[in-house]
Design a protein around this ligand. Structure first.
Ligand code: FES
Ligand SMILES: [Fe+2]
Length: 362
């Protein structure tokens, strides 16, 4: 088999995948919802951009650029008033749309708008869209799309490699045998959910020749599901289990300084009614945690030390190549500025110009 001819078209250096300066325009996790109470304001830095988030009286979360357009005070020093935010320095006040609605020493404030970012909450987390208008829904688990869920949020982590590299671990079929020592053959089939989401599902039957498989076979007879749904090349939802009982683990990751990955692990299950529903969900989430630990323990060594460079792909790396191509096709932005990465002109456009453009549109 000539490996080079088989894969040469797809192994040219990717522009976005594993690039420490770029990320895909999308929804990214900010902080757990429980960490921002009504009336609270906090500074956050997401994908290199300094922001401020606050929760108004109506419980909605708003995200602004961090610095006051008057003289540059950090707005996280300010105060939430109703659904608006007042700057600490000269008390200019901005509503949730970013409009300046009060300047104490002026009768009428000038038409002035702060840069705001679309913000939403799901799975117990606050999420921000890194562009003007969201092009996609918040990341969801396909089989639980319309369902209410119970979520357990784990502590955040920092890994020494790019989020894209963290993601591919779940579809790296060879390492399931070598690192996790599971003697199962996995062949993934891919299905694009939309421009920013892709699902890899196992198509092979799992043989019963390992003790691990024998153990879980005690609980069911039919096929095991292994599927991974990716959003924005940076969020991976791993779904495991027999037909009637699936466990879902979401790895919500974003690009940190120096090409590292900062992430949050969410254990998710569909809501079950009543006390027994609540109790069984505690058990389900606990089982999800055990399964996650089983896989993560061995992966840690890889993600902390790898210098990813897929120089010699073979057929078994096919899903990884497909994931790389999927990442390459998406709209990428520059880390820090959130400007489009495709054109040089856009990259070098100063932030102030963009802000004034937005203001003059209103
Ligand atoms: S710097 Fe914010 S009001 Fe002056
Ligand atoms: Fe793994």
């Amino acid at each position: 088999m000539n490996l080079n001819s088989q894969t040469s078209s797809s192994i040219r250096k990717p522009k976005t995948f594993n690039n420490p300066e770029r990320f895909i325009e999308g929804w990214y996790w900010v902080i757990p919802s429980r960490n921002l109470r009504v009336g609270e304001v906090k500074p956050v830095t997401i994908l290199g951009r300094e922001l401020v988030i606050y929760r108004g009286k109506d419980r909605r979360v708003t995200t602004f650029d961090a610095y006051c357009p008057h003289m540059g005070a950090h707005l996280a020093e300010g105060k939430v008033e109703g659904n608006a935010l007042r700057c600490f320095f000269h008390h200019w006040k901005f509503d949730a749309e970013g409009m300046c609605i009060d300047i104490p020493c002026l009768d009428t404030p000038p038409s002035l708008k702060l840069q705001t970012w679309p913000t939403a909450e799901k799975y117990g987390m606050i999420w921000v869209w890194t562009g003007e208008i969201p092009q996609q829904p918040l990341p969801f688990i396909p089989e639980l799309e319309q369902k209410e869920c119970d979520v357990a949020i784990h502590s955040p982590f920092l890994m020494n490699c790019h989020p894209n590299v963290v993601m591919i671990n779940a579809i790296d079929t060879q390492h399931v045998n070598t690192v996790h020592k599971l003697p199962i053959e996995i062949i993934f089939e891919r299905q694009e959910l939309n421009e920013n989401a892709i699902i890899f599902s196992n198509t092979t039957n799992i043989k019963e020749n390992s003790s691990f498989i024998k153990l879980i076979r005690l609980f069911y007879k039919n096929a095991i599901t292994i599927s991974i749904c990716y959003w924005y090349g940076s969020i991976g939802i791993v779904t495991l289990g027999p037909d009637f009982f699936h466990i879902h683990t979401m790895f919500a990751v974003r690009l940190h300084e120096g090409g590292k990955a900062e992430g949050q692990i969410l254990l998710i299950t569909k809501k079950r009614k009543g006390f027994f529903g609540w109790l069984s969900n505690r058990v389900v989430l606990w089982l999800t945690k055990i399964a996650g630990k089983f896989f993560l323990m061995d992966d840690i060594k890889i993600v902390q030390t790898i210098k990813f460079d897929l120089k010699t792909p073979i057929k078994a790396d096919q899903s990884i190549m497909q994931f790389i191509n999927h990442v390459e096709r998406q709209q990428s932005l520059m880390w820090g500025t959130w400007q489009e990465a495709r054109s040089r002109d856009v990259e070098s456009k100063p932030k102030r110009e963009r802000w004034q453009d937005t203001a003059s549109n209103d």
